[in-house]
Design a binder for this molecule. Sequence first.
Ligand SMILES: Cc1cc2nc3c(=O)[nH]c(=O)nc-3n(C[C@H](O)[C@H](O)[C@H](O)COP(=O)(O)OP(=O)(O)OC[C@H]3O[C@@H](n4cnc5c(N)ncnc54)[C@H](O)[C@@H]3O)c2cc1C
Length: 427
Amino acid sequence: MGETNRKADTVIIGGGASGLAAATELGMQDPRLSVLVIEKLSEPARKIKATGSGRCNITNTEAEGFSRIMRFFREIGLVTRTCENGLVYPYSESASDVAELLIERARSLGAEFACGEEVTSVERTEAGSFIVTSVFKDRDGEHRVTTAADHVVLACGGKAGPSYGTTGDGYRLAKGLGHSIVTPVPALTGVECREWDGGREPCGITLGGTRTRGVVSLYRDGTECFGEDTKAFEEAGEIQFTKYGLSGICVFNMTRCMRFDRTAGEKLDDFLVRIDLFPDGDARGFIRDSQEGMFGEMCTGALLRTVLKAPAAEYVVAEAAMRAGAAVEELAGKPLSSLEDDEISAVASCVHALEFRPSGIRGWKDAQVTMGGVSVDEIEASTSESKLAAGLYITGELADRDFRCGGFNLSNAWLTGLAAADDIAGK
Ligand SMILES: Cc1cc2nc3c(=O)[nH]c(=O)nc-3n(C[C@H](O)[C@H](O)[C@H](O)COP(=O)(O)OP(=O)(O)OC[C@H]3O[C@@H](n4cnc5c(N)ncnc54)[C@H](O)[C@@H]3O)c2cc1C
């Protein structure tokens, strides 16, 4: 194994969102500082290119540090567009443009990039500087490189989306420097449900592939009673029924409330999801009015299809039949005029509170963000500097900070990267 030594004022480990923001800002603040970005993939910013379904939702008007983030993007020449709901995108709506611009600006301001090089350890010397060890492979075999640095920015992200280089290396590196890690778990991801494990198979109904607007609520109750007082989350939005269970932005956001501690006896069975498929209406009143109207002989299934997508209507009838103790076909085909009170109640409650029992949370491959990471108690919030090792900075998703969808996670990455750069440049 060959070995090389080099030196830089600042080594940034990870060429993702926070690392590139830090490298660019350092170049703008003090072009005399030598900055080296070590990125383990063959090119930086792979994850940025995948964000926002290729559009990159860079920030949100409600995000902490919004004006600071916008100032940075103005300074580097990114033109943005702000949607009515506060979400901000590059004007071109191209995530690749954001990635390429950041790489180009960082490079032109003097940052060097070592790509295809994986950092394996960071040690602090007695004098308070750092030795960063990394490895890379070429046709001659594996090579080891040590870099001496005054400042190190740990910008290696979390564990979500491992194909973008984030496989949790940062936790090991931070732990080696004395930091504690809050157990990382995947978030902003889909929820697998028991109903998909054959639970509804007798009815032969496939919800998978259906998208509908509605309100998702999460209940958390160790006693599994799930009364209204146990509601832990509620959000309106588009719900996607997939081949495994539930997805969509509101479901993604819900997973941030689904952290549980097995060692403390908590379990997934403590959660119940209820979905209101007709949040703007009153299903009971709608059925009663329809019973008395011109089309009282219409069947229940047909009535539901006037407000719900066909697979959702079919599913609701099956669920309601089970609750009312009726046969599915019988309830679906029953004329409205002959519906009993308990049948109306069962249909209405299924329309407004269709229940799903989570059986799993989709893993790292599907997750957009990591919950958990380096304890924020050990990081100075205004500068991103470690409280345990001066000169060490911990940015972005590596720290135990996660946010809902809408540009908040990238905002956190930009902001913490900028804070680290400003602090280093000011020293
Ligand atoms: C599919 C997807 C879509 C998303 N869309 C959005 C969105 O639209 N808006 C939003 O706000 N958030 C979005 N996010 C979340 C957001 O992308 C992340 O929170 C953000 O990129 C985290 O920035 P970071 O700097 O902490 O790490 P990352 O951007 O993840 O970068 C970390 C970098 O470190 C490198 N690295 C890791 N270990 C090492 C090592 N040992 N040596 C060298 N390099 C290493 C990795 O290869 C990677 O390039 C999305 C996430 C995903 C997965």
